[in-house]
Design a protein. Structure first.
Length: 391
């Protein structure tokens, strides 16, 4: 695939939308132990915030074809950003656990809607260069992830009573993008007479879909509870173990931005298999480590492995969709919802029963399932297919 990319105004606007939502994702995952301490809940109850985000992703996926048909891809991203902003304010100011779980649902719905629009918009705009565009935009989005992690970790250490307020730092960017970066020259969207994209999907699509669930499950299980694992294994403080997740975000950012350029000579499937292997090696190193420095290095390697998973697995889904990218990405959000909702919650339950270290052994199983899906259902995404998908 091509190694060069023209990062135009459209690219930067879409990428910066995901910077805003990734600030929340990067800050909220490591903040779960802090939220749990504030509310005095168990690992299982705290994990329900992830479950709410998972249910929200399912709802966003089911509604994606309809939203795209009704409002157009350009508008759907902005709708998602506003819903995200509402949920972000709610989760930052509300105290009772039932309200923060509900706020997590709204924030998750907005986040998933932004991400769904992000993938289909870049795929449509860049065609054959879509894998590189999605990966690099994800890399830029990782800036938000890293900043969210650092912000929460720093405030947890220096002013623990004010960590929630720091989540609101994503709002100025969201407002700036809507009022100053939004393309106001686009003509009003008129829904087509064909209706939303629908119909049956192939067996290879569903195999790829299950592989997508496995990759997202492994990613969110690590992102939500890696701070707890580092704390359990190295006896680091909650604040230090939260900041340690900075290594994970850094690896993700570097892998997303440079991974496509480094691996562009490899096929889509080989790229995915390679980064899955990197994630597996990094995870086993993290799980065996009792040293903070080694744990940091392994988190960085895991970040490199996770970095391009979403972009590559999403494009694999589109390749098996028979030219229906909005339907495919809607199904991917449904899959992400299952993964986001089930994996952190299940890991929390297992952590309560057996300890977080033993519970974490579900992660390598998920990685191997993802690799199996790639081998059983190879992508159809060659250059010609990508060009055909440019709609």
């Amino acid at each position: 695939m091509p190694a060069k990319l023209d990062r135009d105004r459209f690219f930067w606007t879409i990428a910066l939308q995901t910077v805003a939502v990734n600030f929340f994702l990067g800050g909220f995952g490591p903040a779960l132990p802090l939220l749990r301490a504030d509310q005095g809940t168990s690992l299982t109850i705290a994990g329900l915030h992830g479950t709410a985000m998972g249910v929200a992703a399912i709802a966003a996926g089911l509604s994606n074809p309809w939203l795209t048909h009704r409002f157009g891809r350009a508008n759907v991203g902005w709708i998602g950003l506003w819903i995200f902003s509402f949920g972000l304010i709610a989760i930052s100011v509300l105290q009772p656990v039932q309200f923060t779980i509900l706020a997590a649902f709204f924030t998750g719905f907005g986040t998933s809607t932004v991400i769904n629009s992000f993938v289909t918009s870049l795929n449509s705009h860049y065609g054959a260069r879509a894998p590189l565009a999605v990966a690099q935009a994800n890399g830029i989005a990782s800036i938000g992830y890293v900043l969210g992690t650092l912000t929460i970790g720093t405030i947890a250490q220096s002013a623990p009573d004010f960590w929630r307020i720091s989540l609101l730092a994503a709002l100025p960017l969201a407002f700036y993008l809507y009022f100053f970066r939004r393309d106001k020259t686009i003509e009003a969207h008129v829904p087509t007479e064909d209706g939303p994209q629908g119909g049956k999907l192939s067996k290879t699509f569903w195999i790829t879909w299950f592989g997508f669930i496995a990759t997202i499950s492994s990613e969110f299980a690590i992102a939500f509870w890696a701070a707890a694992l580092v704390r359990d294994r190295t006896d680091a403080t909650a604040a230090i173990s939260t900041i340690a997740i900075f290594a994970l975000g850094t690896g993700m950012g570097l892998g997303r931005f440079f991974g496509g350029m480094v691996l562009h000579r490899l096929s889509l499937d080989r790229q995915l298999l390679l980064i899955l292997v990197a994630q597996l090696v990094g995870f086993m190193g993290l799980w065996l480590s009792h040293n903070l420095a080694i744990s940091l290095a392994m988190l960085f390697l895991i970040g490199l492995g996770i970095s391009m998973q979403f972009a590559l697995t999403s494009l694999r889904l589109i390749s098996h969709s028979d030219g229906r990218p909005d339907l495919a990405i809607g199904k991917s959000s449904f899959a992400a919802g299952i993964a986001i909702g089930a994996a952190p919650f299940l890991l929390g339950v297992l952590g309560d029963l057996y300890g977080i270290s033993r519970a974490y052994m579900m992660v390598p199983v998920l990685i191997m399932l993802a690799m199996t899906a790639v081998l059983v259902a190879p992508a159809k995404m060659d250059q010609e297919v990508l060009d055909d998908l440019q709609i």
